[in-house]
Ligand binder design. Sequence first.
Ligand SMILES: [Zn+2]
Length: 325
Amino acid sequence: MVWRVAGIWTKGAALTLAVAMTAGCGAQTGLELLLSNSESTTARIDGRRPHDAAREQGAGEAARNADNARPEDANLAAFQPKGDRAAEDADERAAAAVPPVKLEQPTGGTPHFSAKQGDKLIALTFDDGPDHRYTPEILEILKASSVKATFFLVGTQLKKYPDTVKQIAADGHGVGNHTYHHANLAKLNENEIKQEIKTTDALFQEAVGYVPRLVRAPYGSVSDVLQTVVRDNKRELVGWTVDTMDWNGATVAAMRVNVNKNARPGGIVLMHSFGSKHLRNTVKLLPLIINDLRAKGYTFVTVDELLAAKALNKKAAQAQGKKMG
Ligand SMILES: [Zn+2]
């Protein structure tokens, strides 16, 4: 499948013209016009937000998925116009002239959490919000079920809906940085990656009073540079183990089967709270999988809690190993 995306920015509003061409996939050729700055969430067209379907894989594979298997994100296309070699060289010179971006240390998200022996922990995650439509409904369901989840938020949305972010934090959920522009970080240099994270960090700081430790790469697209940035800045890169494909119009029944089939202790389930017209199904799916997984003995935790529990387990295993050795 080949996707070609052309994007231009205009002052004040991002006007993106995306032409999608597919080969070998049937009836998926289309011309779409999107006003990214529109307040209307319904203006987002499905397929616009290529989602995060690349699982936790090698960086190369994930990058290939981001390149080939998905329509490019409109914002991303606008953010990274394709240029010829001369333009790229000019970009590189401009980047070199920019003073290095420095990230703040994360100040939130390191809970002391220890699971009991034999606990089956699982984390529900929601990407790309917040918004005023699906995120509040998801929060209601989570509250009614006493489930804590984790929201990976995009800076452009954070800026529009800081009150929803405050509600997420007030309800005790975890949050993570999902870049400012929903950028494909594997295509950015170190400074650009840091800028994407930093701008969003500042919005978190303003809305909830701390800088989150968790980072999730849009499209699951990870490079060595990104891994280095994350490691050097005490961040944690978070993937997923179950992709519901909710953004892509998967039916509630199919998603329910998928989650039940692929849920494992220590797993992370990927859903969305913004970015697709299909998220009504996510709202319908959520109470069903909460019931299903509880019936199987799972305990819902935030990603921070899951990582803390895993770190403790590792320590205990190492201690055990030393004793045995
Ligand atoms: Zn995303």
